[in-house]
Design a protein around this ligand. Structure first.
Ligand SMILES: *Cc1c(COP(=O)(O)O)cnc(C)c1O
Ligand SMILES: [Zn+2]
Length: 412
């Protein structure tokens, strides 16, 4: 076993450091799970390990294995995650009034960016011969974990709020997981999963508290850096739930600058829904009124984000910012993205597009700047929201007269 490129784990609260393997999840100096750990690397060693061409040809995130905190002799559990397209988006850019490109991470194996992290955590669980994996999830992490558990042949037990969209419950069931629909909020499902982890010793992939799994999300930053070399965007836009994704992307991008692969880094723009605004409130230093999250964008319906500290680091270190959008704006953005560029996002995946609008209006993003929005999840998972965003089909009789009636006899 060897992971010499990983230096240590540092607590974001008290700065205590631990050797890899010394602690499993969070810093023991704090009650609960607030002592989130951050993996620190030896970049000289990573440089020795990394010799891939940065030519934009990315078959999967394992191109960046040299950066990932897995043992040298571990076999990746992979379904080909990462390597997603970065699209020019001329019609969307025109509608928004700013040059915009779209990274479509909804095209990952289970339809969500989280597959990057899941692949790393299940690889580690397998390498440690752990037979049962678990997590709490608003839906996507559960489906993702279930898929990779099936791939690895390990048991999977999931805690999800019982009001998760049906598509997100169906998927892990097909993957063969035990889906435990908790009669409560995501926050309650999370607490229950932590209790079960302690009680039974299952391997926990939860956002934030598993210090290694979030490191997989850095590869979206590596990829965007590689894909935009020479034309790095001014802004990189993500939706924020627990706040892990935006931090991971920032860390990845910054690493590529540190290594000299790109000359600039973007400013990070975090987008939250009005009904789940805790990170935004912390960034702008308003007190948060209540912890109950309520938004159509279920993947970011997080009342008590587990990774506020890291998310704030990404926003502050990059001279970035955050904005809020309401559900109507999110659904309008879903329709806009689909109809202008053929990219189908779930509400949380479309929220960054709505966020760009808001940031332009607030003067945060300027019209002469450039933007990359990251679509974190695929629209097929939540067709109910999609129908709300786009209206219903036009019903017609099964004859040509009915078509004539709609389009006229010349069919235009
Ligand atoms: C989980 C998720 C997010 C939020 O990611 P965090 O790391 O929790 O901030 C955004 N969009 C989608 C589709 C997700 O599944
Ligand atoms: Zn600590």
């Amino acid at each position: 076993m060897s992971m010499k490129h990983v230096k240590n784990l540092e607590c974001v609260q008290c700065g205590a450091t631990y050797a890899p393997g010394q602690v499993s999840y969070t810093c023991p100096n704090h009650s609960g799970v607030s002592g989130i750990l951050e993996v620190q690397y030896d970049y000289d060693r990573i440089r020795e390990r990394f010799d891939e061409p940065l030519d934009g040809d990315i078959r999967s995130q394992w191109k960046y294995r040299a950066f990932l905190p897995v043992d040298d002799d571990a076999t990746p559990v992979t379904l080909g995650e990462g390597g997603t397209e970065l699209y020019d988006a001329p019609r969307l850019s025109e509608q928004l009034g700013v040059e915009t490109r779209v990274k479509d991470d909804g095209r990952n194996p289970t339809g969500v960016l989280k597959d990057r992290a899941t692949s790393v955590s299940v690889t580690k669980a397998m390498h440690a011969s752990r037979g049962i994996v678990t997590c709490a999830s608003t839906g996507n992490a559960a489906a993702s974990l279930a898929g990779y558990a099936a791939r690895a042949g390990v048991d999977c037990r999931l805690f999800v709020p019982s009001d998760a969209p049906v598509g997100k419950l169906a998927q892990p069931l097909v993957y063969g997981a035990d889906v435990l629909a908790v009669d409560g909020s995501y926050d309650e499902a999370y607490d229950l999963s932590m209790e079960a982890t302690e009680e039974f010793g299952w391997y926990n992939r939860n956002a934030a508290i598993n210090p290694y799994q979030v490191e997989g999300k850095r590869t979206v930053g590596h990829e965007i850096a590689e894909q935009t070399r020479g034309d790095v965007p001014d802004w990189l836009v993500f939706s924020m739930g627990d706040g892990c994704t935006i931090h991971g992307a920032w860390k990845g991008f910054r690493e590529f600058r540190k290594m000299g692969f790109v000359e600039q880094v973007p400013k990070m723009l975090g987008v939250q829904a009005e009904g789940a605004a805790a990170i935004h409130d912390a960034f702008h230093e308003h007190g948060s009124a209540d912890e109950l999250a309520s938004t159509r964008a279920d993947s970011i319906a997080v009342g008590r984000p587990r990774n506020t500290v890291k998310a704030l680091r990404a926003l502050n270190e990059s001279s970035g910012s955050s904005v809020l959008v309401d559900d109507e704006e999110i659904l309008r953005a879903e329709k806009l993205l689909g109809s202008t560029e053929g990219i189908y996002a779930e509400p949380a995946g479309a929220a960054p597009v709505a966020g760009v609008r808001t940031a332009l209006r607030e003067g945060l993003i300027e019209e002469n700047e450039s933007v990359v929005v990251v679509v974190t999840g695929n629209g097929l998972k939540d067709t109910e929201s999609a129908m709300e965003a786009s209206g219903t089909a036009t019903e017609i009789a099964p004859n040509i007269e009915a078509v004539n009636e709609l389009y006229g006899t010349d069919g235009d």
